[in-house]
Design a protein around this ligand. Structure first.
Ligand code: M6R
Length: 366
């Protein structure tokens, strides 16, 4: 059942090229230069008239929501707020029938997310679900939705659910951008083309596996780890840190790279590994100067870089390459090495990768 892999998590990491393809299949029609999503199409008026989108989710799904915030605002020019479902539901939110709530959930059973949906509905908002499990409670409770077609995710640490959630949300943002005229037709076509190339590029990113295992071996005994990223890759930094925490029990924090100097920089010494997402597009020079700041404090730098990068390579202790893509699609690639890094560290430490202590696959209690 693990398809020859040692753990479900590793199998699911490797399934991402197929899962992403399955998620855009039948929706992304590149030759016709259109995106077809019934749940969006049927409610186009609501989406076009919405004052704002509020995304509610927990954990990794919340990180996918943060990536979506960048994509929706950037491409479709719709204001987006992203909320932890548990906070949203208990803070008397200001919300009405002109708001759209998007609930993201792999399992479709998360108690807080389900409660947030019920609250939003009671205030008259239109609620759209992005779920993986077909027929789940959240899928049934929402007005409309789009499934991620990731297939069953067994490992407690979410991997392919995350990248397929981002895929669905990207398709939605592009579809709405087209309808609103906030994206040119050439830009739209370029996104479709690049999105179609993502599964092959994920495959390519997975080839760094053995190299990542070597890096994992060097840092497996660390007590702390920082993850930094900017823009679209800030949420990826959060997700990388969560992955490491939950399966290896190493304390890790994700930060927007520029926030480093507002506190976390005090932690940096020669024992602190810092994973920096420093791909070519998206504030590259600024991230390079953050890397210089880390280096001068002797922190150990693991850079996630674009293929062929030289500048970060010259500064970092290690680099892991991912193929080049559009900035807006880069989280689909930069996430891959972070998943593998935490996986290998957990395996080398002898932890129970698929069923980490204290965690359940779906959190059906608040
Ligand atoms: O099923 P959901 O997407 O609603 O689950 C949300 C979180 O419980 C989940 O993402 C959790 O954070 C994962 N263990 C992360 O790997």
């Amino acid at each position: 059942e693990k398809g020859g892999y040692e753990h479900f998590m590793l199998k699911e990491i490797h399934e991402q090229p197929k899962a992403i393809t399955d998620t855009y299949r039948g929706r992304l029609l590149r030759n016709e230069a259109i995106i077809k999503m019934a749940g969006v199409e049927d409610n186009m008026k609501k989406f076009l008239n919405a004052n704002r989108i509020i995304i509610v989710a927990c954990g990794t799904s919340w990180h996918a929501g943060l990536v979506a915030e960048y994509i929706f605002e950037d491409l479709s020019r719709i204001p987006v707020e992203v909320e932890y479902a548990s906070e949203f539901r208990y803070r008397n939110p200001i919300i009405d029938e002109n708001d759209i709530v998007i609930a993201i959930s792999q399992s479709g059973e998360t108690a807080d997310t389900l409660a947030a949906i019920k609250l939003a509905k009671s205030k008259g908002a239109f609620v759209f679900g992005v779920c993986n499990v077909v027929g789940s409670s959240i899928a049934r409770e929402t007005h409309a939705g789009a499934y991620t077609h990731a297939g069953p995710e067994i490992g407690v640490a979410s991997t392919k659910a995350f990248t397929t959630q981002i895929t669905v949300l990207t398709l939605m943002a592009l579809r709405l951008a087209r309808a609103k005229g906030t994206i040119s037709s050439s830009e739209f076509r370029q996104h479709l083309l690049e999105l179609e190339m993502i599964p092959n590029k994920v495959e390519k990113a997975l080839e760094a596996d053995a190299h990542i295992r070597e890096i994992a071996d060097l840092y497996k005994d660390s007590r702390n780890c920082l993850y930094l990223g900017r823009g679209y890759n800030f949420p990826v930094a959060l997700e990388g840190a969560l992955k490491l925490k939950e399966i290896s029990y190493i304390h890790a924090e994700g930060y927007p790279a520029a926030e480093m100097k507002h506190g976390p920089i005090a932690l940096i010494d020669e024992n602190m590994p810092i994973v920096v997402i420093a791909t070519k597009k998206g504030h590259y020079e600024k991230v390079v100067s953050n890397i210089q700041e880390i280096k001068s404090r002797k922190g150990k730098i693991i850079g996630i870089v674009t293929e062929g990068d030289e500048q970060v390579r010259a500064l970092a202790d290690h680099v892991i390459e991912v193929p080049e893509t559009l900035e807006s699609l880069s989280p689909l690639l930069t996430t891959i090495p972070l998943q593998l890094l935490s996986y290998h560290i957990a395996v080398l430490l002898g932890k129970n990768v698929d069923q980490p202590r204290n965690l359940a696959k779906s959190v059906t209690v608040e």
